[in-house]
Design a binder for this molecule. Structure first.
Ligand code: TYC
Length: 119
């Protein structure tokens, strides 16, 4: 090999995954930066005697992205058991879903109620 200029070796990695390492007067200090999984919340749908079954199924399909079979099963579970979990989301999304359920139901004069519960 002809003598090519040799690169000096890379310095050791200063920031390992999961935290920052700062060099302060030769002392490495750790600072945790690990992202926490955001808390999740259940959106519950409650049974009532007046909201039509077809409306609940359509709402579970449109708003909670269920397929027709799953939406029908879940609606029947709520109808028989009093309540059921329509989906699980971060808080802001869960609250928006509840507001949409209430608005869609109120627009048609149905008493359907939804709520948020921590997982
Ligand atoms: N119990 C309603 C009926 O018999 C149907 C229904 C199901 C209503 C689920 C609300 O969250 C609900 N028409």
């Amino acid at each position: 090999m002809p003598d090519e200029p040799q690169k000096p070796p890379e310095p050791p990695e200063d920031r390992p995954p999961g935290g920052k390492t700062r060099r302060e007067g030769g002392v490495a200090t750790e600072e945790r930066t690990k992202a926490k999984r955001p808390e999740r919340y259940k959106v519950l749908l409650y049974n009532d005697d007046y909201t039509p079954m077809e409306f609940v199924v359509a709402l579970l399909e449109q708003l909670f992205k269920k397929g027709p079979a799953e939406a029908t099963q879940l609606m029947m579970q709520i109808h028989r058991g009093g309540k059921g979990i329509a989906g699980v989301y971060v808080l802001e999304v869960a609250e928006t879903k509840v507001a949409r359920v209430h608005r869609m139901a109120e627009e048609r004069g149905y008493p359907l109620r939804a709520g948020v519960e921590s997982e």
